[in-house]
Design a protein around this ligand. Structure first.
Ligand SMILES: CC(C)(COP(=O)(O)OP(=O)(O)OC[C@H]1O[C@@H](n2cnc3c(N)ncnc32)[C@H](O)[C@@H]1OP(=O)(O)O)[C@@H](O)C(=O)NCCC(=O)NCCS
Length: 171
């Protein structure tokens, strides 16, 4: 029996770079990002830049790690995270537009949440942005749905948007 929408999560490999870049570009349009994202956050949209920071196995420089989600053996999403001393930080998550709303984002977040729990970490942190008009980026409600709490802080950046930190306590 073929199971529809079966999602497999695994560590990324260097050979996945083209698919990861494709997934990143297929998750949002450049237009949607205007006002919410810094021009220099383009590393995952450029295979050469991503190769430049990829170190070994699924690791990037500064100990960031990449996991991917596959459906029908095709990469449809990825998540970048880092283990800090007490908590796990989710830096980035992107799902191809055509596969959004099918549980892939949830599967990736739950995967790192389980890792964090196994390792005795106390929380997971992440963030999104809000534009100059105070409109949050469209993933805001996804993070609430995944059990994260908006800390209420709004951190200024050198661009027009502010950062919205989220936290999820694990114990
Ligand atoms: C945000 C994103 C990661 C969510 O992943 P996804 O695979 O589409 O989400 P899922 O299908 O796993 O949804 C999980 C739950 O969150 C809800 N959800 C997802 N996106 C939502 C949104 N924008 N608003 C409200 N709820 C949302 C779903 O309804 C689902 O709820 P349920 O489990 O009760 O049915 C994905 O849409 C994406 O890549 N967006 C573009 C890039 C992006 O915004 N990245 C995050 C930057 S901070």
């Amino acid at each position: 029996m073929i199971r529809v929408n079966e999602i497999k999560i695994r560590d990324a490999r260097r050979e996945d770079i083209p698919s990861i870049v494709h997934t990143c570009k297929a998750s949002t349009t450049q237009e949607e990002l205007i006002g919410f994202s810094a021009p220099e956050w383009g590393t995952f949209r450029d295979a050469n830049q991503l190769r430049g920071i990829w170190t070994t196995t699924n690791r990037l420089k500064d100990d960031y790690e990449v996991i991917v989600a596959e459906m029908k053996r095709q990469i449809v999403g990825f998540l970048v995270f880092k283990r800090e001393i007490e908590f796990l930080y989710i830096d980035l998550i992107d799902i191809r537009k055509s596969e959004q709303g099918k549980g892939v984002g949830r599967a990736l977040v739950e995967h790192v949440e389980n890792l964090a729990i196994k390792e005795g970490l106390t929380s997971i942190e992440t963030d999104t942005t809000e534009n100059a008009q105070g409109v949050p980026w469209k993933s805001y409600d996804f993070w609430l749905k995944m059990g994260f709490r908006d800390t209420g802080e709004r951190l200024k950046t050198k661009w027009d948007f502010k950062t919205i930190p989220f936290v999820k306590q694990l114990n």
